[in-house]
Write a protein that binds this ligand. Structure first.
Ligand code: SF4
Length: 304
């Protein structure tokens, strides 16, 4: 089997990392490459392990998404079934917490989840961990009693065309990754949902959801007016609905093109995504960005 190539693909999260700190971007997308292999150099293995860490908020967000995906697989689920899904998710979180606290992910970072707080031995009060887990249960319970869930339950089964499905489309040959939480296609319209369990400012997600709209235009319809995107906060039961004109769509495409050009600047050969010998990735000057960065230990900015 030929060795895997570190293919360049664009994603919203990749550009967000690039914007937040070039060094973090370098660690995430280049230095960690191949570090999942036991035969990789020790440095790549360490950086890969760090890359796989999640903060407790990211961890809870992922579990909330998993639980909602499980609920969506059972559209007839009532409150009792939703509670059962929530409890299963909590049990899984407890197991993962214990494994992470024992640093089991050092044995197999690709498969065993690790928490940033454990790796960096941060003192987090038990009640804070409890609150993190409780938010996941709350997200499922609130979702199961929401108007949105009732609306989704009325739909024919085949209307839910994608649930947490990794997908991509090509823009001028560039691979663009997108993972909408739910795509509904019904009566000629496409609605894309993204669950947000963090900040209540849902309007800030317009750009990210616009990328999913480009995916929808590639896959399910050719008319932007047939698509709407919804950012939904299950705990707060709040939703923000976005629509995009043909001009908005072109602007989104230009945004991706410009962002990809910027990211490819230090790349010697876009086909292989190999960096130029003189490529430089500066550390951010914003210490706030560093506070939850998994690469603190290996970052030259914090080397003592
Ligand atoms: S610790 Fe700070 S400067 Fe270093 S990679 Fe992380 S975000 Fe960038």
């Amino acid at each position: 089997m030929s060795p895997r190539v570190n293919e360049f693909s664009w994603s919203f999260s990749r550009q967000a990392t690039f914007q937040s700190c070039l060094k973090r971007y370098y660690f995430s997308y280049y230095a960690a490459w191949g570090g999942w292999s036991a035969t990789a150099p020790a440095r790549a293995r360490e950086i890969y392990l760090l890359k796989r860490l999640a903060t407790r908020q990211q961890w809870a967000g992922q579990h909330a998404h998993d639980a909602l995906a499980a609920l969506l697989q059972r559209p007839a689920a009532d409150a009792a079934e939703a509670e059962s899904i929530a409890q299963q998710q909590i049990e899984q979180m407890r197991q993962e917490f214990r494994q992470s606290r024992a640093k089991a992910y050092h044995r197999d970072p690709a498969r065993i989840p690790g928490l940033f707080e454990h790796e960096y031995n941060l003192e987090i009060p038990a009640e804070e961990w409890q609150a993190v887990v409780e938010r996941v249960a709350q997200a499922v319970r609130q979702f199961a009693t929401s108007e949105l869930w009732q609306e989704l339950q009325q739909l024919p089964r085949e209307a839910m065309v994608a649930v947490e499905q990794r997908a991509h489309f090509l823009l001028d040959g560039l691979k663009v990754l997108a993972v909408p939480d739910l795509v509904v296609r019904h009566e000629g319209r496409v609605t894309i949902y993204d669950w947000k369990t963090g900040s209540a400012d849902l309007a800030e997600h317009r750009l990210q959801l616009g990328i999913y709209v480009l995916l929808a235009l590639d896959r399910w319809t050719s008319a932007p007016s047939d698509i709407q995107a919804v950012a939904y906060h299950p705990i707060l039961n709040q939703r923000e609905v976005f629509s995009y004109t043909a001009d908005d769509v072109e602007n989104l495409r230009d945004f991706i093109r410009d962002s990809a050009d910027e990211m490819l600047f230090p790349v010697e050969d876009p086909m292989t995504n190999r960096l130029s010998a003189d490529a430089e990735f500066d550390c951010t000057t914003d210490d706030n960005v560093c506070k939850t960065c998994p690469f603190l230990r290996v970052c030259p900015k914090w080397a003592t």
